[in-house]
Design a protein around this ligand. Sequence first.
Ligand code: NOJ
Length: 494
Amino acid sequence: MTRAVNTWLLFLGFLAIGAVQGASSNNQFPDGFLFGAASGAYQVEGGWNEDGKGESIWDHMLHAHPDFVVEEQNGDVAADSYHLYKEDVSLLKDLEADFYRFSISWPRIMPTGEANNINQPGIDYYNKLINLLVDNGIQPMVTIYHWDLPQWLQDLGGWTNPIIVDYYEDYARVLYENFGDRVKWWLTFNDPGTFMSGYTTKQGMAPSIDKPGVGDYLTAHHVLIAHARAYHLYDERYRATQQGKVSIMLSTDWSEPLTNSTDDAIASERAMQFQTGLFAHPIYSKEGDYPAVVRERVDKNSKAEGRTRSRLPVFSKEMVEYIKGTYDFYGLNYYTSHLVTQMETGNNPSSDRDSGVTSSFDPTWPPSASDWLKVVPWGLRKAINWVDKEYNGPTIFITETGFTDLGTLDDQGRINYFTSHLAEVLKAIHEDGRNVVGYTVWNLMDDFEWLRGYSERFGLHYVNFSDPARPRTAKASSRVMKEIFHTRQLPEEK
Ligand code: NOJ
């Protein structure tokens, strides 16, 4: 089949998500529901300085401070997808995935981050990957920014400098121009709530800048404007011809009240607003702007600290309107849940302290290999329902969920994680009537898990990082997911 025909067929499939049908049984996903797997450029590509790629903040930080990561690991080679992308596509094909969510490395195509300096081999790489996906009937879903800012822009202040929004818009334009004929799914940012923490401590996520309670809110502010710029740019220049969708994906872990007290119910709501509402409220709510409770608490604390202005920047009325409604769906990332209660903890200033909430895990929740990730499937259903209610029923695409172990082929823990979470998605669809249209496995293969290096593994496929050939081997979970992707239903419980 020609690429043009394939693109057309993919597009028809894509249109179908607007009309996900009811399903015959509660075990079955609706017609048009999409299944896929994800990755992030720095976590899998490697080729960190090949063919003209520029330095990213992660390259820069981990070359300067190798000790920040377990066993001094970094993403220089990672899973070597820069060379092995054909294998990645064949894994996806074998899984019968409907889509592949991957990110584009900004410094690979624009080494300094500027649009006057395009690196053609970088463009060629993504063209090859996208074409191969389309040729295999797999829809490309592109994350525009998955945390690997060009270091050149970081030297100008990165996300804390308002000028970043201009550079980001230029970058988005380059992507729409070069890939928008085939890419119909765009995600402006992956989980900004996590990468903004790169501005809160001197040894953490890149760029490791120690300005808690200030640098993170500035980042959030500029990310929201940059997101809206990219959305409007698409709307005004590309949507009519390219007919894709543009949104953002946000961490939407669930905060369960620790007790049934009113205070803990309030704490639960506040925790959701500080984690998710900070980004979601300006985009998805009817009123727009930051959530009132976030505004109020950060303003109050800033005043008490003797500051002349709030640490949380203020949007003009025009900007509130400009950001509001810049979405085509809600990209929901869910991993785990927390028990929350009212308590001021954390250093001053910090967003933790501003939130006035403390969280813990229920000791009965099953563990993973990551101390931050417990298995709480019902939390996903609650998170879906919270988003639905809070933001007036947006179409929800689950853009990440996943489970870590230390690296085993017989990964029963992962199988249990995905089947139990998918069961909750089915309940959200069939029992609660929520409009969930897709589910993404994090991730296709083991990768570089940021500060945890290669020690904690998320993949449906095992990658041997000691072997220069980086061979991929299917884990048991990939067989189970293939069956689900194929039958569009959950296996009956035994
Ligand atoms: C969110 C991020 O998108 C991804 O890069 C990371 O690996 C997973 N969470 C797991 O921590």
